[in-house]
Design a protein around this ligand. Structure first.
Ligand code: SAH
Ligand code: SF4
Length: 451
């Protein structure tokens, strides 16, 4: 029997790419390929690119160069998908054998079989209907929509992913019910802007046709009403669309976890305007206040961009003050990276030096360390429910017997999405357990299994 062809995937960026990779795997498996973690032995190398910043794109250029050198010694097919701006697509066309829009991947087996180089665009299939090859057996991403209509001036996503397209609620419920039947414990609903779920479907109809699809709060409320022992999360929310209705559903809790990722991007309303974010800092804070009134212990995380075009030191200090004021327990802080073709790249100068961006990022990280540690300290002495996720082997001396023994350190997350580690048996992976927290750092909590 001949050896099966293998593929290696390089998945960059956000959860949407991780989720898309699970569908791409199904397609490659159906084309007769088998997954490998060894890049060097693969017959096909696929990249799910991230265009949000320049650094991951630079990595793709250098990796593609290396793979093309490998091709001189052995047959190899290279494939590029995910988020790629037109600007890069043109430049990378010669470096990859296949460049394919993620929405068109069901056409991939035909392309591979016929050894075709070019791709048919817009096959118009709903790629989210492809059954994913889930990475985990107990937690799953479920995309509820693709694309984004927001056009934040710095952002590549509306160009790479196109307009918002919502999946039907019936299809979403079928996928989740199937996962729950299989015993999955955590479901994360995905979309670039989940709050506007359904708007595209409803907007397509004339005002007389009425509403044909659920809104995001209705969708959440429905899943939250189901029986079972599972946690429900969603990402990402946009402050502009963070409605009272959504906050009311979050306050139902039950399956819905006490965690909200609400990107602010900047603490200054003028900068937000230049970013085309459609809200002021006052609006953002008012929304957070409402969330905290209804769910006082909620964990809050955010995204921040430092060094956006023309950001003055005073404007930056507004962001620093906002971070102190809100007291986030996590923040993803990025240095602004101009994206070719976006509104900001066309209209403004990227005039904050790299050195200054670095200084600003570091300054905010120091604030985050403080606020995150403060939030984490609240867990010390308390028992928290954890979904066990993984194992880190750690060798330690057991002095009484004089033997060196390998001890299992398990890792997992609680409802508040905190990283937690504790000793335990690897059989617990995929289970809910109770852990008593003994100490905290800005990034994690340590604890003891409650047996
Ligand atoms: N849809 C999500 C995620 C967008 S990309 C949202 O709206 O939050 C994830 C994060 O990357 C953004 O929130 C932003 O903080 C950061 N980002 C996007 N474009 C960027 C750019 N050009 N430079 C630096 N960071 C950027
Ligand atoms: Fe990008 Fe803004 Fe859309 Fe998020 S909401 S994906 S930052 S354009």
């Amino acid at each position: 029997m001949s050896k099966k062809l293998t593929y290696y995937l390089l998945v960059m960026g956000c959860q949407m790419n991780e989720s898309d990779a699970e569908r791409l795997e199904t397609i490659l498996n159906s084309a007769g390929y088998q997954k490998t973690n060894n890049e060097k032995e693969a017959d096909l190398i696929g990249v799910l690119a991230c265009a949000v910043r320049q650094a991951p794109m630079d990595r793709i250029y250098s990796r593609a160069h290396k793979w093309n050198l490998w091709k001189e010694k052995k047959p190899l097919i290279t494939l590029l998908s995910g988020c790629v701006l037109q600007y890069d697509q043109k430049k990378l066309a010669k470096k990859f054998d296949i460049i394919i829009d993620i929405k068109d991947i069901s056409g991939l087996p035909a392309i591979l079989n016929e050894n075709k180089k070019k791709i048919e665009q817009n096959t118009n299939t709903n790629y989210l209907q492809i059954a994913p090859n889930y990475e985990s057996t107990f937690k799953a991403y479920v995309p509820i929509m693709t694309g984004c209509n927001k056009f934040c001036s710095y952002c590549a996503v509306p160009y790479t992913r196109g307009p918002e397209i919502s999946r039907s609620s019936v299809e979403i419920f079928t996928e989740i019910k199937d996962l729950l039947r299989k015993g999955y414990k955590e479901i994360t609903l995905l979309g670039q802007n989940v709050n506007s779920y359904g708007n595209d479907i409803n907007d397509l109809r004339s005002p007389h046709a009425g509403k044909t699809e659920m809104s995001f709060p209705e969708l959440l409320h429905e899943i939250n009403s189901w029986d079972g022992d599972f946690w429900l999360r969603f990402t990402t929310s946009h402050p502009y669309d963070m409605s009272d209705e959504l906050i009311a559903v979050m306050a139902e809790q039950k399956h819905l976890a006490e965690y909200l990722h609400l990107p602010v991007q900047s603490g200054n309303s003028e900068v937000l305007k230049k970013m085309n974010r459609h809200y002021t800092i006052e609006h953002y804070l008012e929304r957070l206040e409402k969330v905290r009134q209804r769910i006082p212990e909620i964990a809050l995380s955010t995204d921040i961009i430092v060094g956006f075009c023309g950001e003055t030191n005073q404007q930056f200090m507004d962001t620093a003050r906002l971070m102190e004021q809100v007291g986030y327990d996590m923040a993803y802080i990025s240095q602004y990276s101009p994206r070719p073709g976006t509104g900001a790249a066309r209209a403004f100068q990227d005039d904050i030096s790299r050195k200054e961006k670095k200084i600003r990022e570091k300054y905010l990280t120091e604030i985050l360390k403080k606020t995150a540690k403060k939030y984490h300290n609240k867990f010390i002495g308390k028992t928290t429910k954890v979904l066990v996720d993984n194992i880190k082997n750690q060798t330690s001396d057991v002095r009484s017997s004089g033997h060196r023994m390998s001890e299992n350190i398990l890792t997992g997350k609680n409802r508040e999405f905190k990283n937690i580690q504790f000793k335990g048996n690897k059989k617990l992976i995929g289970q809910f357990v109770d852990v008593k927290i003994t100490s905290a750092t800005p990034w994690a909590l340590d604890g003891k299994l409650v047996e």
